[in-house]
Ligand binder design. Structure first.
Ligand code: ME8
Length: 637
């Protein structure tokens, strides 16, 4: 039988459409689910929407809709966005569904029968923002500890005996070091529990929108008590088969809802019900924008699919790959212990550096060189040991990172293999081996292609469409089994390769979103005829390029014909540097070129750009090159 693996996200309040903060947890969960599916597990990946409570009812009122209309529309919007992001959930639960209400009622009744729930009187300060009661002593300047407005509430209500679980919870934490990750949050949770747990009021009187208390229609069940039960409602409990879907292997969430709710109330409820506890609660940090948490209530939201559509338009990449680029950004920037800040500049930077340059060049160079030097097929030569070692290291790095749910480190491990591949190509210089008719060229090309195939497998949980595109260009089926990654049989010899297709065209500064553009100077500086303004200079696009091939141009004793790679594509440049340089000195070097010069024909050969060189005493060329290794196609200014 297949191994099973259960992953959950929080269920999201439907008080506004999802943004990249909300989508962050769902994406991390999706990467986890896709990774375990590749490892052969039968997954149950659950997400959904939290549709009860005052917060949702008030948002519906503000929108001028009935609560029912409002929750239906917004829940559908969450689904649309998650589907659009390629979130392959196995189930989507809504707390207004009958299957959920039924389970909540069964939970409530069972806990009442077993004496874990009792009727009492509640007086306290209620924070609608977080749907939580606070003591007078917990308020800060008359507001909740999160800074929300509070209102005084007095009601006859049911209480859950949370205080009885202080010791069992602390014992569980002690015996299960992986119950709470990342590690530092475990101490926060233990400190919170040790500071003392009070019984929790789990019903509200006359608050309208929620699951009614059985036999007492004037009361509804407190939204957090009801919401947490979603994880069990979706399993079909108590019907047979629920054990296939519970306990969760990992429950992903933001740190805001870890300590009080998922790490305290939730396991206590499960203990009271005699149900097993989840293996791990993973509480990641926040994504900030402008110094604040990105949140629906703060209004500083970035909608993920708009970000993708805008990227596709600005860069010219296919929409499904732009969605992958957003997924990649979220995975790579995933806040773990500490918060990270989202900026559009950082999003662009990562796109250019990691996807356009590193991944784009690795794919383009590997396939182009295989076409040039081994006839467009995977050669039948041994894979070099250093390539095998790099693949193994990246794969193990990915696995270790995923073991602890460190999605950002897994992404980094996959990218490390891409970077290794680019450096390996520079160092092993297959063009020079081919020229010298060195038989090692076959091994180098096969090693490059196997690295690319391994990259395809490793990035698959994060960038599924990109992985499909790479597999297609390699002429093989998508990696379907994690074990195959890095094996020589995953890329059979003689496989016919496709001509590389550019996937992630570089973003030009000029295509930045309008608010990102550098403001125009208010006053034009004075110029004379010999001087040019900065705007004129900016028209010249200078880029770092890498020389892939070099050979003397026939019929000229001064000119050299170079093939360089710039902006992910190969170009020919004809330059008068033959007197000072030997072709073999040039291959693999980084130089600076004018990238937007109109092509010209020089001695019968087209030159698609110009390189920059200083002029020596005899009028010869001294090539300008960066003083350290530079990201491919870096802008020079
Ligand atoms: O709390 N950075 O729902 P919610 C990182 N319904 N993660 C973020 C984020 C940000 N800026 N903003 C939101 C609820 N999140 C309850 C949950 S579960 C039984 C009930 C993510 O819509 C993060 O996972 O307020 C956070 O915990 C969750 O969205 C809160 O979603």
């Amino acid at each position: 039988m297949d191994k099973r693996y259960v992953i959950t996200t929080p269920i999201y309040y439907v008080n506004a459409a999802p943004h990249i903060g909300t989508a962050l947890t769902t994406l991390a969960s999706d990467v986890t689910a896709r990774y375990h599916r590749l490892r052969g597990a039968k997954t149950f990946f659950l997400t959904g929407t939290d549709e009860n409570g005052i917060k949702v009812m008030e948002a519906a009122e503000r929108a001028g809709k009935t609560t029912r209309e409002f929750v239906d529309e917004l829940s559908a919007e969450f689904r649309r966005i998650f589907d659009g992001m390629g979130i392959a959930y196995d189930d989507f639960i809504r707390t207004t569904e009958e299957r959920h209400t039924r389970t909540v009622v069964a939970f409530f009744e069972k806990l009442k029968e077993s004496g874990h729930i009792y009727l009492g009187k509640y007086e306290g300060w209620y924070d609608v923002g977080s749907e939580t009661f606070f003591k007078e002593s917990e308020l800060v300047d008359g507001k909740s500890p999160d800074g929300n407005e509070v209102r005084w509430v007095e009601e006859d209500n049911y209480f859950f005996k949370l205080s009885a679980f202080e010791k069992p919870l602390l014992d569980h934490l002690q015996w299960h070091p992986r119950f709470i990750l990342p590690e530092p949050r475990r101490n926060e949770v233990a400190a919170f529990i040790r500071s003392g747990l009070r019984d929790t009021c789990i019903t509200r009187t006359n608050h309208g929108w929620g699951v009614p208390v059985p036999g007492e229609p004037d009361k509804v069940i407190y939204v957090w008590f009801d919401a947490l039960i979603n994880y069990v409602s979706a399993t079909g409990w108590p019907e047979p088969g629920w054990e296939e879907r519970w306990p969760a292997d990992v429950q992903w969430m933001g740190k805001d809802i870890l300590t009080r709710f998922h790490a305290t109330l939730w396991p206590a409820m499960l203990m009271a019900m005699d149900l097993p506890l989840p293996h791990t609660l993973m509480g990641h940090a926040w994504m900030l924008m402008g110094g604040e948490k990105i949140s629906k209530s703060r209004g500083n939201v970035v909608p993920p699919l708009e970000l993708a559509a805008e990227l596709a338009e600005r860069s010219g990449c296919a929409y499904d790959l732009a969605v992958d680029a957003v997924r990649y950004f979220m995975a790579a920037a995933m806040p773990c212990e500490s918060d990270t800040t989202f900026t559009h500049d950082e999003f662009d930077r990562r796109y250019n550096a990691d996807l356009a340059n590193d991944l784009g060049n690795a794919l383009n160079r590997s396939l182009s060189m295989a076409h040039k030097f081994t006839g467009g097929v995977v050669p039948d030569s041994p894979v070099e040991l250093e390539a095998q070692a790099a693949i193994r290291q990246a794969k193990e790095g990915f696995e270790t990172a995923m073991e602890d749910f460190r999605v950002h480190e897994a992404a980094e491990s996959a990218l490390a293999l891409v970077r290794f591949l680019n450096k390996y190509i520079d160092r092993r210089a297959p063009w020079a081996l081919a020229k010298a008719q060195d038989p090692a060229v076959g091994s180098v090309i096969r090693s490059m292609l196997l690295c690319l195939r391994a990259v395809e497998g490793l990035i698959r949980p994060i960038l599924p469409s990109t992985a499909d595109a790479i597999a297609r260009q390699l002429g093989v089926a998508p990696t379907a089994n994690w074990k195959e990654i890095g094996t020589q049989s995953s890329l059979p010899t003689k496989t016919a390769l496709m001509i590389p297709e550019p996937m992630f065209p570089r973003l030009e500064l000029a295509t930045r979103r309008p608010e990102m553009k550098t403001p125009a100077p208010t006053e034009e500086p004075k110029t004379d005829d010999a001087q040019i303004g900065i705007d004129e200079f900016k028209k010249v696009q200078l880029r770092v390029a890498r020389i892939l091939e070099a050979e003397p141009l026939e019929g000229s004793d001064k000119l050299m014909r170079l093939q360089v790679i710039v902006d992910g594509a190969k170009r020919q440049i004809v330059a008068g540097i033959r007197k000072n340089y030997d072709p073999l000195d040039l291959i693999g070097r980084q130089i600076v070129v004018v990238a937007n010069l109109k092509p010209a024909v020089v001695r019968g050969a087209e030159s698609q750009g110009m390189l920059l060189a200083a002029v020596d005493e005899d009028g010869g060329a001294i090539l300008l090159q960066p003083d350290r290794e530079t990201p491919e196609s870096a802008v020079v200014r």
